[in-house]
Design a protein around this ligand. Structure first.
Ligand code: GRF
Length: 182
């Protein structure tokens, strides 16, 4: 059965684009929503003929609008892809076990922001990304998959982010396809 997936973004949406491009038998993208009406990814998704929604308002109103639109679209699983807002406990509870996120670190290391700078400052030999189930606790739900990349001499947060992002683009569609079918 093909799962209906909704994606939440805040910006460029490169992970969202890879999920859209990889959609097929396992899942289809039924909605792309954003807190940011100017998110570049929203225009791209609309150009692909995918229904989109932007709601820049307060969190309670935004989440109510997202929740209604996701349910109207028959969404079964929500994929966060660079969605830079914290979801409320109520929203997470309403979609318990059905929200996944991609995070640019090898969790449980470096929850939250500035993951690449923190990995470099720690002198780590490798970095990577993780796909996990979203719970009320930030970046702490069940790990569904990880990809590792080396940290190279001379790396900056930007050069490392670029290497990790390429790994994100391979990992997320694969893990999402497995998740919706389990
Ligand atoms: C990615 O690095 C993702 O892991 C993080 O935010 C970034 C979003 O990039 N949560 P994009 O919008 O998918 O290009």
């Amino acid at each position: 059965m093909t799962a209906r997936v909704g994606i939440l973004i805040s910006g460029r949406g490169s992970n969202m684009q890879t999920l859209v491009r990889a959609a097929g038998d396992a899942y289809r993208i039924a909605l792309v929503a954003s807190d940011n009406p100017d998110a570049a990814g929203l225009a791209w998704a609309a150009g692909q003929g995918i229904p989109t929604l932007a709601h820049p308002g307060k969190r309670a109103e935004r989440e109510a609008a997202f929740d209604a639109a996701l349910r109207d679209a028959g969404v079964e699983v929500i994929a966060l892809a660079g969605y830079m807002r914290l979801l409320s406990d109520d929203f997470v509870a309403g979609w318990r076990g059905r929200i996944v996120n991609i995070h640019p670190s090898l969790l449980p290391k470096y929850k939250g922001l500035d993951t690449h700078a923190r990995a470099l400052a720690a002198g780590d030999a490798e970095a990577g990304c993780s796909v996990h189930v979203v719970t009320e606790e930030l970046d702490a739900g069940e790990l569904l998959g990880q990809a590792r990349v080396p940290i190279l001499p001379g790396d900056t947060p930007d050069s490392l982010a670029e290497r990790v992002l390429a790994a994100e683009h391979s990992l997320y569609p694969k893990v999402l396809a497995e998740f919706v079918q389990r």
